[in-house]
Design a protein around this ligand. Structure first.
Ligand code: PLP
Length: 404
């Protein structure tokens, strides 16, 4: 008789975005004349850049000719892309990362969910609270997180590092020592960033305690301040304690195109075992590569023209971010984020819960955001707005909120 992996049954339903959709649908049905503006989910709205589109076209034509047709991609990804990544994302920032330490994939979500497979079943993880839910849920599926306490919204075997206004949304070093620490900066959902000195403390802590950092740099392109590191490998000693995840979704708008990469340095070892070899084994056994045409599109992101276009795209969204940030400040809200990240994190007014504020904003301003409590218990009393909308809608949404 077959049996299911009953770790899956422990997962509470992922109610966040389905509940939002249900509430918005019900509101629209009751108020068909109202124009709803969505500043909720983290999906981009602007089209792919010219250089990306033209690379896609050329690569598609190559696939139509037997002489230039490509089948399966090399296991780690095409060298042209890994070389461009190593040069632009690492060497030019003074980081020592080589092309054979870069694993090209179809995005950071898969990698952030899959990476836990190479760790022991009794690995203890630490996460920020609030957090991008994939890190915890993928470890729950693997049976590592213990039991879920519905009243607290926490797992018994997970170390939570609260990130609230009190600590400026920066996690403190945990009291219990974890084996694997998930860090994401610039952060989703809080929009907070970490300075190089702060990140160095984490790297030193990990090396000292033989812990490993999984550093999610999906929003690196949004960094605007000089002392905020773009990569964990800017810190000394990170090659022996950190894996880094990257995405082409937020910088280049590849949410529907799908491309990302993971860096596993060769110095990263558990005893004699190389994590680079383990991840290479996993990658070659379970994954057959991002499409050639998409990897060519990724290469275009690193061309001179591509880099300029990406900057413009990021600037477009960051203009939205500062409009939201400043507008809400003027309206008297306590807001943060939005400087090194496309997310604005606000304290709900009048002690409303996150969901109460969601309903209030939907009904009174017809604006949709994301309740902070959906990202973890420390997100209760907070609310996330994204800068990924188009500018006109963003301005209208903020102006409506200001008029409340
Ligand atoms: C922190 C974080 N990591 C990873 C991802 C997923 O990136 P990708 O589109 O490359 O799968 C997201 C998407 O919202 C994210 O917020």
């Amino acid at each position: 008789m077959f049996k299911v992996n009953d770790n899956y049954l422990k997962l509470p339903g992922s109610y966040l975005f389905s509940t939002i959709a249900k509430k918005v649908n019900a509101f629209t049905a009751a108020n068909p004349d109202k124009k709803i503006i969505r500043l909720g989910i983290g999906d981009v709205t602007q089209p792919l850049s010219e250089s990306v589109i033209s690379s896609l076209h050329i690569a598609v034509d190559e696939m139509a000719d037997a002489k230039t047709f490509r089948g399966y991609a090399p296991d780690l990804g095409y060298e042209f892309l890994r070389n461009a990544i190593a040069e632009n994302d690492y060497k030019m920032r003074g980081c020592e990362i080589y092309p054979d330490e870069i694993f090209v994939s179809d995005g950071a979500k898969c990698d952030s969910g899959n990476i836990q497979e190479i760790f022991a079943a009794d690995t203890r993880i630490a996460v920020c609270d609030p957090v991008y839910p994939v890190y915890v849920d993928s470890n729950v599926m693997a049976g590592r997180c213990g039991d879920y306490d519905e009243s607290k919204g926490t797992w018994s075997n997970v170390i939570y590092m609260p990130c609230t206004a009190e600590n400026n949304y920066a996690p403190e070093l945990p009291k219990e020592t974890p084996d694997v620490i998930y860090l994401c900066f610039p952060n989703n959902p809080t929009g907070s960033a970490i300075t190089k000195d702060e990140l160095q403390r984490w790297v030193d802590y990990a090396n000292k305690n033989k812990a490993l950092i999984i550093y999610d740099a999906a929003y690196e392109a949004y960094i605007s301040e000089g002392d905020v590191p773009h990569s964990v490998y800017e810190c000394e000693g990170a090659r022996t304690c950190a894996i880094e995840l990257h995405s082409f979704s937020k910088n280049a708008g590849f949410t529907g195109v799908r491309l990302g990469y993971t860096v596993v340095p060769k110095d990263l070892k558990c005893g004699d075992v190389s994590l680079n070899s383990l991840w290479a084994r996993r990658h070659s056994t379970k994954y057959n590569g991002a499409p050639y045409i998409v990897q060519r599109a990724g290469e275009a992101v690193y061309s001179e023209k591509g880099k300029k276009e990406i900057k413009e795209l990021v600037a477009y969204y960051m203009k939205n971010a500062s409009y939201i940030l400043n507008g809400l400040k003027e309206a008297g809200y306590t807001v943060s984020g939005g400087v090194n990240a496309p997310y604005i994190w606000l304290k709900t007014p009048d002690n409303m819960t996150s969901w109460e504020f969601f309903d209030y904003l939907l009904e009174k301003a017809n604006v949709v955001g994301t309740p902070g409590s959906g990202f973890g218990p420390s997100g209760e009393g907070y609310f996330r707005l994204t800068a990924f909308g188009n500018y006109e809608n963003t301005v209208e949404a903020v102006d409506r909120i200001k008029r409340l």
